[in-house]
Write a protein that binds this ligand. Structure first.
Ligand SMILES: Nc1nc2c(ncn2[C@@H]2O[C@H](COP(=O)(O)OP(=O)(O)OP(=O)(O)O)[C@@H](O)[C@H]2O)c(=O)[nH]1
Ligand SMILES: [Mg+2]
Length: 451
């Protein structure tokens, strides 16, 4: 069962209780049972689930529920706080070395968990957000092309790259890299290491040797969110040998079993420091337990939403469009840029983070939307400025010209115009729709783009 479904499920459960004025033993038992099932299906370890459910129950019963707060609100808060507690009450950043020597970060984990990609993501983050001078070190000499992969990534990020080829052993490579970094005043050294399909002695010994040679400030384990329960055993094994300082859960964007995050934290005590939310180098986020709990509960993650949006969408541009939309001066050009943003939005999984919107996120088919937007763009590009501002002047002769200019048909142009009229109308109605919960009809219309 997917991580998203856990969100949906808990949302549904809480909705049930929300409607009731009293929290009875009976309706709480139902809810706890469903929470239990949902957590188990989301791959949270059964021991963790048992403790979790018990502690929610204890707290709920212990509290006086018949106060000003509604029972529903209370349960939401208790469940929320429990999840935060389970994930680690505070967010924790990276440990940096004291002034005068570079911080050394070693990434480890099974094959394909995202070590190399995350090395690049971390380098990008450290460079851009903290202005650090970073050296990426190719410590995987076994997989063919691993060195090239990291080299390419380092170029994309714009940080330096260190390799001694594939004939020197990774312990020596790491040692020399750190030496160079100290001499050349790098702030951070990130060592990418080799992965294995399963934990094996040789891999572990090598990692232990690198660790004792260069004494990393951070030993971070990459855990693939899709790997489910098994991830717990892997994390335990790595932690036993290496005393991990943290873990990074990758692929939380996918159809992932995020329940493992809860279990690993609970069973190993190793804090989750970052999460990977996509294949691109910017898809790394600081892990916030409270936000994650909000997300699990479907309450929306407004803070990280705002951060992301302001990073990727030009706020002024968006404001201009919104004002235009609301005032009714919405043009074809606006529609195009609007759809581009919606697409960006849906692609970046923003939708899931907006309170109440997670249930709609899966309904958007972004690929088809993309194709449709291309056609639309071709059509609009073939219009004159006047036509774009006043599509009502588009009669047959003009449409024929546009069709041949854009390689589309009369019918497709009519579709775009119809879509435009619809959106224009909806944009005017948007404030009311938000209030009256008519978002579904808007989603249906967005999906009309699919054809
Ligand atoms: N969707 C998604 N894909 C990711 C994420 N992180 C990594 N990937 C993808 O996972 C695949 C494996 O990533 P790598 O970084 O090469 O993994 P690795 O641990 O270095 O693999 P080995 O070196 O072979 O052990 C690549 O296709 C990445 O693009 C993530 O957060 N989300
Ligand atoms: Mg790799």
């Amino acid at each position: 069962m997917a991580f998203e479904s856990l969100t949906d499920r808990l949302t549904a459960i809480i909705k049930k209780v929300r409607g009731q004025s009293y929290l009875t033993e009976e309706n709480m038992a139902d809810m706890l049972k469903e929470i239990r099932t949902a957590l188990l299906e989301a791959d949270v370890n059964f021991k963790v689930v048992k403790e979790f459910v018990n502690s929610v129950k204890e707290k709920a019963i212990g509290e006086k529920v018949l106060t000003k707060v509604s029972p529903g609100q209370m349960i939401v808060k208790i469940v929320h706080d429990e999840i935060v507690e389970l994930l680690g009450a505070d967010q924790c950043g990276l440990n940096f070395a004291p002034q005068g020597r570079p911080t050394v970060i070693m990434l480890c984990g099974l094959q394909g968990t995202g070590k190399t990609t995350t090395a690049g993501k971390l380098a990008r983050l450290l460079k851009r957000k903290m202005a650090k001078k970073v050296l990426l070190v190719a410590g995987d000499v076994y997989r063919p092309a691993a060195i090239d992969q990291l080299n390419t990534i380092s170029k994309q990020v714009g940080v330096d790259f260190f390799s001694l080829g594939d004939k020197v052993n990774p312990v020596e490579i790491s040692k020399q890299a750190v030496k160079k970094a100290a001499a050349e005043k790098y702030d951070v050294v990130i060592i990418d290491t080799a992965g294995r399909l399963q934990i094996d002695e040789k891999l572990m010994d090598e990692l232990v040797n690198i660790q004792s040679e260069v004494k990393p400030d951070e030993v971070l384990l990459l855990v693939d969110a899709m790997s489910g329960q098994e991830a717990v055993n892997v994390a335990k094994a790595f932690n036993d040998k290496l005393k991990l300082t943290g873990m990074i859960m990758s692929k939380l964007d996918g159809d992932s079993r995020g329940g493992a995050a809860l279990s690993i934290k609970h069973l190993t005590g190793v804090p989750i420091k970052y999460i990977g939310v996509g294949e691109k180098l910017e898809d790394l986020e600081v892990f916030h337990p409270d936000r994650m709990a909000d997300r699990i509960l479907g309450m929306g993650d407004v803070v990280s939403l705002v951060e992301k949006v302001s990073e990727e969408i030009d706020e002024k541009e968006a404001k201009k469009t919104v004002n235009k939309m609301m005032s009714g001066n919405f043009t074809l050009n606006d529609m195009l840029s609007q759809l581009e943003q919606v697409k960006k939005f849906a692609n970046s999984k923003f939708l899931k983070l907006i309170p109440g919107m997670s249930q709609y996120a899966n309904q958007l088919d972004t690929e088809k939307m993309e194709k449709r937007i291309k056609v639309m763009k071709a059509i609009i590009d073939s219009m004159t400025l006047e036509e774009r501002e006043h599509p009502e002047i588009l009669k047959n002769s003009r449409k024929m010209r546009i069709a041949s200019g854009s390689g589309t048909s009369n019918q497709e142009i009519n579709q775009v115009l119809k879509q435009f009229e619809m959106m224009k109308q909806q944009m005017k109605d948007l404030p009311n729709m938000m209030k009256s919960g008519k978002m579904q009809s808007m989603m249906n219309n967005l999906n009309n783009l699919k054809k």
